[in-house]
Design a protein around this ligand. Structure first.
Ligand SMILES: Nc1ncnc2c1ncn2[C@@H]1O[C@H](COP(=O)(O)OP(=O)(O)O)[C@@H](O)[C@H]1O
Ligand SMILES: [Mg+2]
Length: 314
């Protein structure tokens, strides 16, 4: 459905001069659709081209080739991009402003009435859990608190689309969890969120979909719910019984069987074979203990896609 695509990136290419008269291609023919109201994880090793993609989306830099569409309209049709919220990779804050003053400043950048501005500042401080330190100067803030101010700043104009560049970077496990919770709250408010990361678990925990970028090329788009159906995921069936007669399933070469006592563990990557095993358990009157699939982790997919390069840089 075209009308539910929030962002469409089509045949995008970006080159940069390397300073020696040569240009290197940083984004190579990128095609990507971001759906409305989804959390999209943009994964890639350092230097893959994530920040460059975001800057292209924001209109901060211009592509050599290709187009970006927001809600079906070319990006060039928009005179301003106030429907966008952006958290830069290394945000800079005026450290002598208090949290309240800083957000008031960011709100002033938009055409907002004074009363609405006040309301939005309060609302954003509550959203990111900083209402109790409204009057504290930012220089007294921890890294995690500053990142939260960054999100509040990105959300101040009630944007439809949030672009967050490495929002969890430099945060401890609790800080990462808080940030994930804030991102989930933003989705609950109907926002579309795209965020970059090179930390797989952050993406795995909250994203609806994720893509893997490697050297400016999109390797794969992963639907989180579909990972069980991926041809590389493994079905594991455990049953109990004296013997498991394998004569019927023998012709399926891709079934592994091991037994510990009267416990039989069967695994296969083939859905049909998994169903056949279930049938055999019934026919042989064995006790089914469990049936499940080992979700293929994004890590497996990431390592496979990005390969040695990702391990070296990431
Ligand atoms: N303005 C620029 N001029 C030249 N090279 C750049 C510029 N911006 C980024 N690059 C290069 O583009 C590549 C991708 O950078 P970036 O998009 O920041 O990657 P990521 O955000 O995935 O770590 C890097 O090799 C970087 O050196
Ligand atoms: Mg970056």
């Amino acid at each position: 459905m075209t009308d539910s695509i929030a962002v469409k990136i089509k045949d995008l290419k970006k080159t940069f001069s390397n300073g020696w008269g040569k240009r290197s291609t940083i984004i190579k023919n990128l095609n990507l659709d971001i759906m409305e109201n989804e959390i999209f994880g943009y994964l890639g090793a350092n230097g893959a081209g994530k920040t460059t993609t975001f800057k292209l989306m924001l209109g901060l830099i211009i592509p050599d080739k290709g187009n970006i569409f927001f809600g079906g309209k070319p990006a060039s049709d928009y005179k301003n991009r106030s429907f966008l919220g952006y958290l830069p990779e290394t945000p800079y804050f005026y450290s002598y402003l208090t949290a309240g003053e800083a957000l008031d400043f960011y709100a002033s950048l938009f055409d907002m009435k004074k009363s609405l501005k006040k309301l939005r500042v309060e609302e954003m401080l509550r959203l990111v859990g900083l209402d109790h330190v409204k009057d504290l100067q930012l220089r007294k803030f921890s890294r995690g608190m500053l990142q939260r101010i960054g999100i509040a700043q990105a959300m101040i104009n009630d944007p439809k689309l949030l672009i967050l560049d490495e929002p969890m970077s430099g945060l401890d496990p609790m800080g990462r969890k808080d940030m994930r919770d804030i991102i989930l709250k933003c989705r609950d408010q109907g926002k579309t969120i795209i965020f970059s990361s090179h930390i797989i678990s952050d993406v795995e925990l909250i994203c609806d979909r994720a893509s893997i970028l490697s050297k400016g090329k999109l390797q794969q788009v992963i639907e989180m719910d579909d990972r069980q159906d991926n041809k590389n995921s493994t079905w594991e069936i455990i049953c109990r019984g004296k013997v498991f007669d394998r004569s019927t399933i023998k012709k399926y070469g891709n079934i592994k069987h091991r037994a510990t006592g009267n416990r039989h563990i069967l695994s296969t990557v083939d859905k049909i074979a998994a169903n056949l095993i279930m049938e055999e358990i019934k026919n042989q009157d064995l006790d089914l203990v469990s049936f499940g699939s080992r979700r293929k982790s994004i890590e497996d997919i990431y390592i496979k896609s990005v390969g040695v390069e990702g391990k070296k840089n990431g």
